[in-house]
Design a protein around this ligand. Sequence first.
Ligand code: UD1
Length: 388
Amino acid sequence: MWFLTRLCRLFDIKNQVDPKRRLKRETGVMMKIVSIVGARPQFVKAAPVSKALRRRHHEFLVHTGQHYDEEMSQIFFDELEIPRPDMNLGVGSGSHARQTADMLVGIEKIINQQQPDIVFIYGDTNSTLAGAIAASKLQVCVAHVEAGLRSYNRMMPEEINRIMADKISTFLFCPTKSAVGNLGREGIIDGVYHTGDVMIDALLQFSELAQKRSAIMDKLNLKDKDYILLTLHRAQNTDSSANMTNIVNALVHCKKNIIFPVHPRTKKYLDEYGLMGKLSDAGNLRLIAPISYLDMIMLEKHAEKIVTDSGGVQKEAYFFKVPCITMRGETEWVETVQDGWNILVGADYESIVMAIRDFNPSTEQHQHYGDGTASHNICSILEKEIKS
Ligand code: UD1
């Protein structure tokens, strides 16, 4: 039977049969899935989805190796109880071209070996793009989790990754209604579903565990609402010495107690620009190594404010009703700004200082990001699709 199905598949590929049609004909109820992850936020997104998929389907998990330090990778697998990757491509760091190219070669090989019915990709990293290209060129269905987000800033490598991945994905699972609207404006309508955000699933699933297991508040001797949490790693900021100088000056000037888990990329640039000494001498900033997901949840929940240039952290701040100051000119999570809980300050010295001092929203919030059932919705949609 297996042999016959695979033979059919080879025939379909040769004759350019639509991958979605093949998904229906071949799989029956159980799907064989290859999931591609590689960078820190993808481990968080994949955790609830993988759990939901594995209840009824077979998943082969691929780690591209984009993030490789213990505290950027392994700790997430341990804490979130994500099964060990079946394959680690070990691509490591490098230029965008080298990193993506190495991933492409590795993923293509795995798809040829595993012959999956569908390939899952997450978010907007180079691992996302490589997964989308490799699978679609082999005429395998691509499911993009967190589809449709746009910053409309093509200076961001993530924006290029999103646009490309969405163009060639078969199933586009959108976290928000605005993401569905973004795709519609680009003429992408087929296969688009509003599912809610899998990061909210993860937050709801792991918040209680974080409360029980994380000792970070005691370890750092922190009190509720008595510190500001800072994250900073976007290329737009880190790769510009002018932006980094403005940000560092603003943080030092505000004299607030700031906790700063430092991403390895940021550390590299702070050293290069000679700003590390200024930060560590300032007295109000505590620089710590990158932290785990459970520790991050606790630090976010108890922060007075969060200053960040991350995507996911903006939503987590909104979820915990913590004012968020975003050091970017735009955001994909527009609802957080529209509701008044997030303010965009770029890398502007004055705006950062003022927001840290004065930004205190108290407006009503809405359930823009779903109710924690996004992973379940994704599974149900695919299962319905197979049977239809
Ligand atoms: C990547 C994603 C970004 C995501 C972020 C989450 C792309 C284009 N960017 O950015 O969307 O928000 O992950 O963290 O895919 N490094 C280490 N150890 C590691 C990983 C990285 O030291 O385990 C250092 C290396 O010096 C590397 C640099 O960090 O050159 C940047 O890593 P890279 O994977 O290129 O991108 P991120 O900045 O992490």
